[in-house]
Design a protein around this ligand. Structure first.
Ligand SMILES: NC(=O)c1ccc[n+]([C@@H]2O[C@H](COP(=O)([O-])OP(=O)(O)OC[C@H]3O[C@@H](n4cnc5c(N)ncnc54)[C@H](OP(=O)(O)O)[C@@H]3O)[C@@H](O)[C@H]2O)c1
Length: 293
């Protein structure tokens, strides 16, 4: 199978390249940072996915069997401050890829989405929950989901949440933020009212590579570890695992953090559908090997 992964230098994209790369021919796209592409990335293509004709040409030339669209404006607060940035990088990139796949008339499309398409009123929502984003990032991801559904191509919307990496990644992640703050002997403020399912990124990539082998998938699927906790509980777990001073973790509320974008408080995802389909659940924090900083 020929698999094209967008955002291949990103946190999830780079892991996907590794998992798919062990069995399939890989095309990884990047926009700025080729040096961050994993070594297993077969062919690297530099492309700004906002550029409609460049996307059309790339898909026509590579004719992938599967496109996994990971590239995104993933900073929730930056999206809140610049809605056009969110629209271009989340919605337009998706429209361009869907249109190009439709144009060549072949290839499956996996759209990587988020728990932030929900409003955080229901604990760990399942796939049947109505889409009700409460910030600009969530709205742009919802719009990209809708564009995917309308495109008339074979697709699956795969929602993930609260990703962390076992080892450090150049783009950073919550564990790096916690560890670096505490190592500087500064206070790390962690919300006691923000819930999610922290999920290790390579575990998600392994699951997506396995899903790609199934002949049929539901239109939407949640891929998340079942463990549900607050950001404060997660920070404490990280400090304990890395032997860092947990006294430097301060319990605050989400409102205390004064973040530009409002957050769904009960974020996260229910992954019962995934577990029924695949027959296993993703790893809890304590069972993820090799967590280091
Ligand atoms: N991280 C999380 O906790 C989380 C939670 C829920 C959902 N998600 C979703 O999961 C997916 C992967 O997230 P991630 O954290 O791995 O993202 P990431 O590390 O920020 O990587 C995203 C990549 O997308 C690329 N990109 C953005 N706009 C582009 C464009 N117009 N053209 C080409 N490339 C572009 C970026 O390239 P440059 O660096 O060169 O700009 C970057 O390498 C995203 O769809 C995100 O919305 C993530």
């Amino acid at each position: 199978m020929r698999v094209l992964v967008t955002g291949a230098a990103g946190r999830l994209g780079s892991e996907l390249v590794k998992y798919f790369g062990s069995e399939h021919s890989i095309i990884g796209t990047f926009r700025t940072t080729q040096r961050d592409l994993p070594i297993s990335c077969g062919t690297a293509v530099k492309v700004d996915l906002v550029d409609e004709s460049a996307v059309l040409d790339m898909i026509a030339e590579t004719r992938p069997d599967l496109v996994v669209h990971c590239a995104a404006a993933s900073s929730v607060d930056r999206c809140q401050l610049d809605s056009e940035f969110a629209r271009l990088n989340n919605v337009v990139t998706t429209q361009n890829l869907c249109q190009a796949i439709s144009h060549v008339g072949r290839g499956r499309f996996f759209y990587i989405s988020t728990d932030y398409v929900f409003d955080g009123a229901t604990k760990a929502p399942e796939e049947t929950e109505p889409l009700q984003p409460m910030n600009t990032y969530g709205e742009s991801k919802r719009d990209a989901e809708l564009a995917t559904r309308k495109a008339g191509i074979e697709f699956a919307i795969l929602r993930v949440c609260a990703l962390y990496t076992a080892g450090a990644h150049p783009k950073g992640d919550p564990i790096t933020a916690i560890a670096e703050t505490i190592k500087r002997r500064e206070v790390y403020k962690a919300a006691t009212d923000l819930f999610s399912n922290p999920t290790e990124v390579s575990d998600v990539a392994r699951a997506i590579a396995a899903l790609a082998k199934l002949p049929e998938l539901p239109e939407s699927l949640h891929i998340a570890a079942p463990e549900y906790m607050t950001r404060h509980e997660f920070a404490i777990k990280v400090a304990e695992r890395l032997n860092l001073d947990r006294n430097l973790i301060e319990a605050v509320t989400c409102a205390d953090l004064n973040l530009p974008a409002p957050r769904p408080l009960k974020a996260g995802l229910g992954s019962a559908r995934f577990e029924a389909l695949m027959g296993y659940s993703l790893k809890s924090f304590d069972s993820v090997p090799g967590i280091s900083r």
